[in-house]
Structure formats: C-alpha cells, structure tokens
Ligand binder design. Structure first.
Ligand SMILES: Nc1nc2c(c(=O)[nH]1)N[C@H]1C(S)=C(S)[C@@H](COP(=O)(O)OP(=O)(O)OC[C@H]3O[C@@H](n4cnc5c(=O)[nH]c(N)nc54)[C@H](O)[C@@H]3O)O[C@H]1N2
Ligand SMILES: Nc1nc2c(c(=O)[nH]1)N[C@H]1C(S)=C(S)[C@@H](COP(=O)(O)OP(=O)(O)OC[C@H]3O[C@@H](n4cnc5c(=O)[nH]c(N)nc54)[C@H](O)[C@@H]3O)O[C@H]1N2
Ligand SMILES: [Mo]
Length: 671
C-alpha cells in the first residue's frame, strides 16, 4: 500500500503497481483507510469508564493515570489467591502484523503468567486439515493459476474476500480454463463464474469423495504420482467407492450428473487449481472437509504442474522467528482458553476451563462483542461488574463499550510492522507514514509501558519495534533467505526464497510424518478420528439433530459483507451506506412459505438468540439456506443485535475452531 502524505497528513492510499500479486489496487474497504483514520469518532486519548458498565460513558484521562491504575489492578489480581491466570488476553485479526499482533503482547502476558488464548476463531480447522493431508498449511501458488485449465473456487467469495486473486482467475479463463464456484450462495463471485454449484453447507467432503469416486471409476488417476508420493491409496479407493454420485447427491443436494461431470472434468484436467478458503471449514466437519479436498490434486497428479494443486493458505511458508518474537519460554505452565468459548469462560468458570475465574480481560486487535459466537453469552460475561476490562482500540466498538479503560492504539499508517500473507508469497514491511494521531501508541509500546509499570523486569520487554522486526526476520528457514530488513526497506516487500510459480509438491516432499501425501493418517487415528477421508455431517443436520432441524429448518450463513472486514469498517459511513442495513437473503420458495416479502423486516432466531434484518428475496441462494452478510456492530443496528446472536460455541472436528455456518435458524416476519 502506498500512502501519499501532505503536510503530515495522509491524503491518499493506493495499491503498489510494482507488486507482482496485488498489482496496484486495494480492496473496497482498505481504499477507505484515509476516511477511517481521520474519522470523527477515532479514539485519540485514554478513556476511563464513568457510567455503569456498558453505558458507553467515558472521560479522557492521562496515559500516566490510566497506566498506573491498570498496572495496579492487574498486579492486585496477579498477587491475589486466584493468581495471574485470572487475567486473560484476547486478540485476533485487527492487525495481523507480526509486531502489533503477536510480539510484545505475548512477551508481556507470558512473563506475567496470564492464561493463554487459543486463537482458533478463523482458520484452525482448515489449517489442521491441511496439516493432516499435506503436512502444512501451504499449497499451490496463485501466480501459476494462468497455466491452469480448471479453476474451482470452493467455499470462497473471491471478489469480496480475496479480490487480488481475481486477475489470475481471469487470465486462466482467457486461456481457456473453466471456472466453477462451489458455494451455497450465488455470490458476486459465483455469478461471474462459468458455473455455480449450490451445495448444501457442510457437505463438501462428500462432494470431494464423489469426485474421487468418478476419477477412480474412469481410471483418470495419476498412478505414478499415487505410487511414489502418497500413503493409503487402497484405503482411499475403498472409501471413495462408497461415495457413488447418487449417494453424494442425496447428501450434498448437487445432482448426480453434476457430480459425475465435475469428477470427469477434474480427472481430465492437466492442472486444476482448487482455491478453497475458510468459509467451508466453519462446520462440524470443517477439518475433515479440508483434509479430504486436499487429497484431490495428489490423486490426479496436478501438483506436478504450474496452476495445479490446492490452496487454502500460503502462510506456513513464512518462517518468521516466532519463538524469539513471542518468547513462550517466559511463561510458566498455565491453562489455555479457547477464544471461541469466551462466553463460557466469562460466565461459567466451571465449564471445563479449570483454574480461577477470569477477573481481567485485556482485548486488542479484536471486537469479541461483535465477532465471537454466542453473542448473548459474551455480552453477559462482559457485563460482569467483577470483571476488569481493558480494550486497546481505534474506535468505541461494541466491545469497548464494556471496558473499564479504552486505550488509543495506532493504525497501520502510524506504526512499524512486518506481515506474512495467506494468499501469496511476499513478505511486506509496514513503515509508519504519519506521526501517531493524538496520544495513540502502538500496541507494542502500550505493552512495554505496562510491563515497566508492573515491574515485570525482563530485557526482552524493552526491545523497540525495529529490533522486533530484525528478530522476526532472524529465522533459519531456507524460504526466508534473502528477506532482510534492508531489502524490505528498499522496496517495501520481498518474495520468499521460492521459485515463481512455486510448486511445493511437484515431486512429493510433503512435510508429513511419512513424507507422503497422507490419505491415511496415523495422527488422525491417535486423535480418535477416522484415519481416512470421510464425510462428517454438520452438528445441526438431519443426521445428527432431527428434532432441532424440524424446529429450525434453515441454515444461516453469516459470511462477510462486501464492505466490511469482519467487524472493521462497519462504522465508516461510505462503506456502511454501501452495505445498507443488516439483510437476510431468502430463497423465494422459503419466503413464500413464511409469508415473507422483499423489504420486510424479519426475525432470524433459534434457541441461542434472535436478530432482525431486512429480507431480500432472491434465487441467488440454495433453498433451505439464508444469508446474513456480516459482521455488523450491534450498536449500529436498529435492534442492537447481529448474526452472532444465533451462532454457537461448539468446536470443529480438528483444531477446536468455530462452526459459525453450522447454524440452524427460523426466519419469520417481525411485526
Ligand atoms: N471483504 C472482506 N474480505 C475479507 C474478510 C471480510 O470480512 N471482508 N475477512 C478476511 C478473513 S479474516 C477471512 S478468514 C477471509 C474469509 O473469506 P473466505 O475464506 O472466502 O470465507 P467466507 O467469506 O467466510 O466464506 C466464503 C464462502 O463460503 C461459503 N460457504 C459457507 N459454508 C460453506 C460450505 O459448507 N461449503 C461451501 N462450499 N461453501 C460454503 C459462503 O457462502 C461464502 O460465500 O476473508 C478475508 N477477507
Ligand atoms: N458470524 C460470523 N462471525 C465471524 C465471522 C463470520 O464470517 N461470521 N468471521 C470470523 C473471522 S474469519 C474472524 S478472522 C474474526 C475476526 O474478528 P476480530 O479479530 O475481532 O476482527 P475485527 O472484527 O476486524 O476487529 C478487529 C478490531 O481490531 C481493531 N484494530 C485494528 N488494528 C489495530 C491495532 O493495530 N491495534 C489495536 N489495538 N486494535 C486494532 C479494529 O479497530 C477492530 O475493531 O471474526 C469471526 N467472526
Ligand atoms: Mo478470518
């Protein structure tokens, strides 16, 4: 991102035209970064709560007073009978920078002996699924996509959530590739593809097994690749044999002829590029679904060729020195709390987390009062009068409203950072382009200051940000060779030390225990799971919960609105105007049965909660599925509610991830 600064003020942000992947453009949201930065509501001074919890009444205080009080309160908890584990950090994707996201903060909480947070809310299931099959969350290189002859956009709304991939999709298509979207919603992405396959949510593993069934039945597999580089071919063949197109059709709602056609197209392709993304793993069997789809390119040998393979992420290629950055060695043995069960951790300390109740919550880079599942439970927890809450933020979010202190954090325009990527292979340096606004400080500085106030004495708690960048880059991995602070300073970005395009598994070399692509996984077996790819029905499916499904027949998908980045940017006027109001897309037949017409206000509800939205009646969605573009701030909706009112704190099969879209609801006219 290039920032134009005039008289110390940022006036324009733009993509870097020299960047080989992002190609000179920014997404719809980040294009508004100047507007967001100089927003009238930007929090620029430390704030202390003056009204009752949740009232949103605060007054400015000095940094000195805020830090002294916070340090005193945290120290008192640490020294109490309950001890430092009663303190819980909570952070995620506000910035995913190595410094402002996971460096000094971790050192601080480790040294303090606070509870650890298992950061599962986004990608944990899919990452674990990739590890089981190919050994790491790495995959095909998008820069090879133009060589591809079949592109499957599978559980990903590319034009919204990964727009920089689109030019590569287009180039492949111009050269003759067919582009297919597999998604319960005919998203703006699916509408641009050659074909939309409107699958039943949570059933993708069955479709992948059906494709393998067809491939094996027609003899379209790559016998040489299978023999050399895979483990468990016989077991996979036996499993795939069970998934006839008819059976797959009954599970997925995709008709048998389409399953056959897709399997044949995949088998005949030379280099199919399967872009899976995190949407499809937000279900009970999300880990297994990703693991199963990840078997496909090995069956047909597509990993051999540019444009072939599967990509969930490229992130595990970025071998930053996390041990040095985060210093886990500073932490005593402590409990770990799963971030998606925040509601439970705050309200039911007996519910299996063990140890003392959470007495203090320090939130940064996250807005759990909007994004965490089972929002009613989260809000009940945040409302506790005996919970001391500190929020580092840019804005007075739903979460900040419940804080005792809100501390002003800098934005990416104001601080240093270094970033990995999860869709390409370039490291990015984030240089500050303007001075901090108001009294804002980088997260790193806030934790350095707090450490000093709390007498947490350790030399690593004093490292400055440029030192942190050098430590992050001081990695041993071959892929990081040549990526130095100096090269990054000169150009802003650097490609990992891998060829273009990067073919990670052209000749096997899978980082699994066996070194092969593991169709059969001993590790899965040790976890008590099926060692061979399988179909795991959603929690809230007719197979597993028929009574619930009878009461709540519709599956709610609450994937991102085009204008929002999770809950970031919801308060930026131009983007919120673009999103309109909270909406719920309903298929015409589902609408008719319920007396719902377009534009009507509807209540979306289940046993966990209710939110209201304006109905959009369209056939751009599979019957039986509804879509609420998300993630709204509760405080910016008419009823104070959002889609997470209805989502559950249940966990996926692998990785303890969330099941946001494994969520049954009923929709009815709201008077
Ligand atoms: N504009 C925008 N861009 C973003 C984000 C954002 O909030 N806004 N968030 C960023 C982040 S943190 C992430 S993790 C990524 C998320 O981006 P993606 O990984 O693309 O994930 P989602 O948007 O959650 O879901 C993508 C699609 O999956 C579909 N889907 C849901 N369930 C299933 C299923 O069971 N099977 C199949 N085949 N499809 C299913 C949904 O209908 C949706 O269209 O995007 C990043 N980019
Ligand atoms: N229903 C439903 N819920 C979802 C999702 C969904 O698709 N549907 N998506 C899920 C996914 S994929 C994810 S990744 C999570 C994301 O959830 P979060 O990690 O909470 O991400 P955001 O909602 O973007 O909120 C990030 C906050 O961090 C702040 N921030 C940004 N930069 C900085 C900084 O440098 N310092 C500090 N202190 N603060 C900063 C922003 O102002 C913003 O308020 O949400 C999940 N929740
Ligand atoms: Mo995410």
């Amino acid at each position: 991102m290039l920032v134009t600064v005039e008289h110390g003020r940022a006036v324009r942000v733009a993509g870097d035209p020299d960047h080989p992947f992002t190609n000179g453009f920014l997404c719809a949201k980040v294009n508004r970064y100047v507007e967001r930065t100089y927003h009238r509501d930007h929090v620029l001074h430390p704030l202390k709560r003056v009204g009752p919890k949740g009232s949103g009444r605060f007054e400015p205080v000095s940094w000195d007073a805020a830090l002294a009080d916070i340090a005193g309160r945290l120290n008192a908890i640490a020294q109490s009978r309950e001890g430092p584990q009663a303190i819980l950090p909570y952070s995620y994707a506000g910035t995913m920078g190595m410094l402002q996201g996971s460096s000094m903060d971790r050192r601080f909480f480790h040294r303090l002996g606070a509870s650890k947070l298992n950061r599962t809310i986004c990608s944990a299931a899919g990452a674990a699924g990739m590890q089981m099959t190919v050994g790491a969350n790495i995959g095909a290189d998008a820069e090879g996509m133009p060589e591809s002859d079949l592109v499957l956009l599978w559980g990903t709304n590319t034009l919204t959530s990964n727009p920089h991939l689109w030019p590569f999709v287009r180039r492949a298509r111009e050269r003759g590739a067919r582009v297919v979207a597999i998604d319960p919603i005919r998203t703006r992405t699916a509408a641009q593809c050659d074909e939309w396959i409107g699958i039943q949510p949570g059933t993708d593993a069955a479709l992948a097994l059906g494709m393998m069934h067809v491939v094996f039945a027609r003899g379209l597999e790559d016998a040489d690749y299978l023999a050399r580089y895979t483990l468990g071919e016989a077991e996979l063949r036996a499993r795939a044999a069970e998934f006839t197109p008819q059976r797959v059709a009954a599970i997925t709602g995709v008709d048998a002829a389409t399953v056959e056609r897709l399997g044949e197209a995949f088998g005949h392709a030379k280099a199919a590029f399967v872009r899976i993304n995190y949407g499809l793993q937000r279900h009970a069997g999300g880990g297994m679904a990703v693991r199963t789809i990840a078997c496909l390119p090995a069956v047909c040998g597509h990993w051999r060729r540019p444009g072939g393979g599967v990509q969930l992420s490229t992130s595990a290629n970025f071998q930053f020195n996390k041990r040095e950055l985060e210093r886990p060695d500073l932490s005593p043995p402590v409990r770990t709390i799963n971030m998606i069960r925040l509601g439970e951790a705050l309200t039911r300390p007996d519910a299996g987390v063990g140890g003392p109740p959470v007495r203090a919550l320090v939130v940064y880079n996250s807005n759990p009062a909007a994004v965490a599942p089972d929002r009613n439970a989260v809000l009940r927890g945040l409302a506790r009068d005996d919970l001391f809450t500190v929020v580092l933020e840019h804005f007075q979010t739903d979460t900040a409203d419940w804080a005792d202190y809100v501390l002003p954090a800098t934005t990416q325009l104001e601080h240093w950072d270094v970033h990995l990527a999860y869709g390409h292979h370039y490291v990015t340096l984030n240089r500050p382009s303007i001075a901090p606004l108001g009294e804002a400080k980088p997260n790193t500085q806030i934790f350095r200051d707090l450490a000093a106030r709390m007498d947490l004495d350790h030399p690593s708690l004093r490292d400055d940000d440029v030192t942190l960048i050098r430590q992050a880059l001081d990695a041993q991995g071959e892929k990081m060779r040549g990526v130095t602070f100096e090269t990054l300073l000169a150009r802003g970005w650097a490609r990992l030390n891998v060829p273009t395009p990067y073919l990670p598994f052209a000749e096997g070399g899978f980082p699994t225990p066996s070194g092969k692509c593991e169709f059969r996984s001993e590790r899965m077996l040790e976890m008590g799971l099926d060692p061979v790819p399988a179909y795991t029905p959603p929690y809230e499916s007719p197979e597993r919960a028929p009574d619930l499904v009878a009461r709540f027949p519709l599956v709610l998908v609450s994937s991102p609105a085009h204008q929002f980045l999770n809950s970031t940017f919801v308060n930026v006027d131009a983007l919120r105007r673009g999103a309109g109001e909270p909406e719920c897309v309903v298929h015409p037949r589902d609408a008719e049965r319920r007396g719902i017409t377009a534009g009507m206000r509807v209540a979306v509800s289940n046993d966990r909660g209710t939110f209201t939205a304006v109905a959009r009646v369209e056939d751009s969605i599979r019957e039986g599925v509804v879509w609420a573009p998300s993630v709204w701030w509760g405080k910016l909706t008419v009823d104070g509610a959002n889609a997470n009112q209805t989502t559950s704190q249940r966990e996926t099969d692998l990785g303890h991830g969330p099941v946001f879209y494994d969520n049954r609801v009923e929709v009815s006219p709201a008077d």
